[in-house]
Write a protein that binds this ligand. Structure first.
Ligand SMILES: C[S@@+](CC[C@H](N)C(=O)[O-])C[C@H]1O[C@@H](n2cnc3c(N)ncnc32)[C@H](O)[C@@H]1O
Length: 265
């Protein structure tokens, strides 16, 4: 099996080709139905049509996940409750976390509050799932004897800036996600050699992260221009993940207390 594979096509029909119960982790960042221009596809369907589309790909995603598998789904506020309902009630997955990706900059509104977050739903296929907390800890805010000073649970509000135009990692794609955000999902919910699928690859962020973290990964993308862009991105030199939280460098691993004995926050 190739370790990193790019498939050009429609997520629904392509996912139907995958074997059942084979995938450890799915990271899905579908179009949010907000009218974005993705070149050969325009992200604007009728309400019911969008829900049917969402149900169809989520049903396939559920089928291909291993019983120990995890799915993360990015979504905007308009449709997130409907996607939650599909995952929870219609497909019977196990709710794990409702994550908020908080970003510091974005569009300003004059009437109403300026949006500063996207949501990410995390569900498991069963109650017996993988979660590698020790791989994603962040520094504790304060030193307390009872804290696990190898780091805290990052919680369910994740602050990462957008990949700005000035960032050398920036690709020519309108909704590119930060590598460090995807890195946290991959590290938390898979091990080296595990199999990851991204049904809406875009600029290839999940593929790039999996390439660097030694996971197998298949990415599906409908726009051939983005396929070209992903191939170039995967061939670039790697100079570290973007948006790394500088505090990560301060994790004190050499404190006398035994790691894992403290409370986690
Ligand atoms: C929100 S973007 C993904 C961005 C990606 N996470 C990144 O970091 O670059 C959604 C992508 O899905 C693609 N797309 C839209 N409909 C699709 C479909 N039916 N099957 C596969 N890809 C699709 C779009 O072309 C777009 O690149």
């Amino acid at each position: 099996m190739e370790s990193i594979k790019i498939i050009q096509g429609n997520a629904i029909s392509e996912l139907r080709q995958f074997k059942s119960d084979t995938v450890d982790l799915i990271i899905a960042d579908p179009p949010y139905n907000l009218g974005k221009d993705y070149g050969n596809n325009h992200d604007l369907k009728g309400f019911d049509e969008y829900l049917e589309f969402s149900f169809s790909w989520l049903q396939e995603a559920h089928r291909i996940l291993k019983p120990t598998g995890t799915i993360y789904v990015f979504m905007g506020v308009r449709f997130i409750s409907y996607l939650y309902d599909i995952l929870d009630r219609k497909l019977g997955l196990y709710f794990n976390s409702w994550l908020t990706w908080h970003y510091t900059q974005g569009m300003g509104r004059k009437k109403g509050f300026s949006p500063r977050h996207d949501d990410i739903l995390m569900f498991n296929k069963s109650e017996n799932f993988k979660f590698r907390l020790d791989h994603i800890r962040v520094p504790q805010k304060y030193f307390r004897k009872r804290n696990n000073m190898s780091g805290a649970n990052p919680g369910d509000v994740w602050s990462f800036s957008h990949v700005h135009y000035s960032n050398p990692e920036r690709e020519n794609h309108p909704t590119q996600k930060p590598e460090a955000l995807i890195e946290r999902m991959v590290l938390a919910s898979s091990d080296e050699g595990d199999y990851v699928v991204d049904p809406f690859a875009g600029s290839g962020t999940t593929l790039r992260v999996c390439q660097q973290l030694q996971r197998k990964c298949d990415g599906i993308e409908i726009n051939p221009e983005y396929i070209f862009l992903i191939k170039n991105r995967l061939n670039k030199n790697f100079e570290g993940f973007d948006s790394i939280d500088p505090r990560m460098e301060r994790v004190p691993r050499d404190l006398p207390e035994k790691i894992g004995t403290g409370n986690l926050f």
